[in-house]
Design a protein around this ligand. Structure first.
Ligand code: SF4
Ligand code: SF4
Length: 258
């Protein structure tokens, strides 16, 4: 089923939410739909958060729970299922060495050696992808989210080269053919554009948590990193957590408790 941007806005009750079409412009149909291009200023400010962030307690996540998180994200956001090098992924798993390529522990525990880690866009405070995008199709909003305006993406993939975490995927092919059960409430992307995790900006705009956090059974915690009282800051006060490749200088907003 093909859902148009107009249909989505109708179904989502955008006016009832008090959001402009521009607010949800990141859900647009891609570079081919050039009408009503939203600008960064069009994005509303649905909360007072300054830098949304996430803490993942990796020991609490088993394979089944991580699959639940990935399925919830990918099914809702119409992430196409493509095998091999052209895979599109918003949320995925990998091992310790791929997750933390700059860590070289002399003796890695068996537990960490066998553990899988959930990976996603880090919504970096200093995002390399934003700096290199020539059209400002990717930008940081006033809540610290790094989001995409698919209308502006010209498919140059500079952002993919700039991201040190492999968090972005490119639609080499028409993704519609690889979406088994299309969610009519969330328009899919098109061939020739880049996509990635949005920190569920559409859920945050409704005052809800990201889908993966909800599916994680408490292993993932979300909140404003700039608010000392937020759940993420409360956890980081008690537990030591690491970020992926901190030497890259991007200041990731996703923290991992090992
Ligand atoms: S993880 Fe990559 S894509 Fe996400 S904000 Fe950081 S640099 Fe950009
Ligand atoms: S925050 Fe939302 S978009 Fe990002 S990985 Fe989790 S469920 Fe997917």
């Amino acid at each position: 089923m093909k859902s148009s941007r107009r249909d989505f806005l109708k179904i989502a009750g955008v006016s009832a939410l008090g959001l402009s079409a521009g607010t949800l412009g990141f859900l647009g149909e891609g570079a081919q739909a050039a009408d009503a291009l939203p600008t960064a200023q069009d994005f509303a400010k649905p909360s007072n958060a300054k830098q949304w962030g996430m803490v993942i307690d990796t020991a609490k996540l088993d394979d089944a729970t991580m699959k639940k998180c990935i399925d919830a994200c990918h099914a809702t956001h119409n992430v196409p299922k493509i095998e091999g090098k052209q895979e599109i992924k918003w949320l995925w798993t990998d091992d310790f060495h791929a997750t933390f390529p700059t860590e070289f522990p002399t003796y890695l525990s068996d537990d960490l050696h066998h553990r899988k880690f959930l990976l996603l866009c880090n919504h970096c405070a200093n995002p390399a992808c934003v700096r290199v995008c020539p059209t400002k199709a990717t930008f940081k909003n006033n809540e610290g989210l790094v989001i995409m305006d698919y209308h502006r993406c010209i498919g140059c993939r500079y952002c993919m080269a700039g991201c040190p975490y492999g968090a972005r995927s490119f639609n080499f092919r028409d993704p519609e053919k690889f979406i088994a059960n299309m969610n009519p409430l969330y328009p899919h992307r098109t061939r020739g554009v880049v996509e990635k995790c949005t920190f569920c900006v559409e859920k945050l705009a409704q005052g809800k948590l990201p889908l993966c956090v909800e599916a994680s059974g408490g292993a993932m915690v979300f909140g404003d990193l700039e608010d000392p009282k937020s759940p993420v800051r409360q956890i980081l006060k008690d537990k030591y957590a690491v970020r992926r490749n901190p030497a890259a200088g991007t200041e990731p907003s996703v923290f991992y408790i090992l």
